[in-house]
Design a protein around this ligand. Structure first.
Ligand code: 5GP
Ligand code: ZN
Length: 148
C-alpha cells in the first residue's frame, strides 16, 4: 500500500509513496527497510520511519522505538543472508554528523574480517583531550538534563 509522501522534496518520502523504486527487504505499518542504492557493502540496508522526521530528536518516541525494533530484528538476518562476520549499525543523526538525506534512517552495514574498513571510532577528525573533572562535569550535566 502506498501513502502520500509527507515531504514532496524528500527522496525517502517518495520511496515510501512508491514514486521512486527501492529494493524493500522488510515493511511494517510504520517502518520501511530497503537496500541502500550506493552500498558500502553487499546487504547495506536502510531502516526508516515512513513518516518524515529528520533526526532522532524530531521523531516521536514510539515511532523511533519501532525503527530500533526493526533494526534489532533485521540486523542478524542481513548478516546471515550476506554471510557477514559483523555489522555496523549507525545513524548519521543530523547534518553536522554527515546526514545527507534529512529523513531519519538507520544504516545496517555488513562487515567482513578482511574488508579493510574501520570501527565507528574512525568517524571523528580528532579526539578531545578531556580531564577527569571535565568528564565528571559532562556526565553530571547530561544526567541532570535527562531528569528535567
Ligand atoms: P546519510 O549520509 O544521509 O546517512 O545516508 C543516505 C544514504 O542514502 C546513502 O548511503 C545513500 O547511498 C542512500 N541513498 C541516497 N539516495 C537513495 C535512493 O534514491 N535510494 C536508495 N535506496 N538509497 C539512497
Ligand atoms: Zn522524508
Amino acid at each position: 500500500m502506498s501513502v502520500e509522501p509527507t515531504d514532496e522534496d524528500c527522496i525517502f518520502c517518495r520511496i515510501v509513496a512508491g514514486e521512486i523504486p527501492s529494493r524493500t527487504v522488510h515493511e511494517t505499518e510504520n517502518v520501511l527497510a530497503f537496500l541502500d542504492a550506493n552500498p558500502l557493502a553487499p546487504g547495506h540496508t536502510l531502516v526508516i520511519p515512513k513518516a518524515h522526521h529528520e533526526t532522532l530528536a524530531d521523531t516521536p518516541e514510539e515511532l523511533a522505538s519501532e525503527v530500533f525494533s526493526v533494526l534489532y530484528g533485521l540486523t542478524p538476518i542481513v548478516e546471515e543472508t550476506i554471510d557477514a562476520d559483523a555489522s555496523n549499525v549507525a545513524f548519521n543523526n543530523g547534518e553536522a554528523a554527515g546526514q545527507e538525506i534529512p529523513h531519519l534512517h538507520g544504516h545496517v552495514i555488513p562487515r567482513f574480517e578482511d574488508d579493510g574498513g574501520n570501527p565507528i571510532h574512525a568517524i571523528v577528525g580528532s579526539r578531545p583531550d578531556l580531564s577527569d573533572d571535565e568528564l565528571d562535569d559532562i556526565a553530571e550535566r547530561i544526567s541532570a538534563n535527562h531528569q528535567t
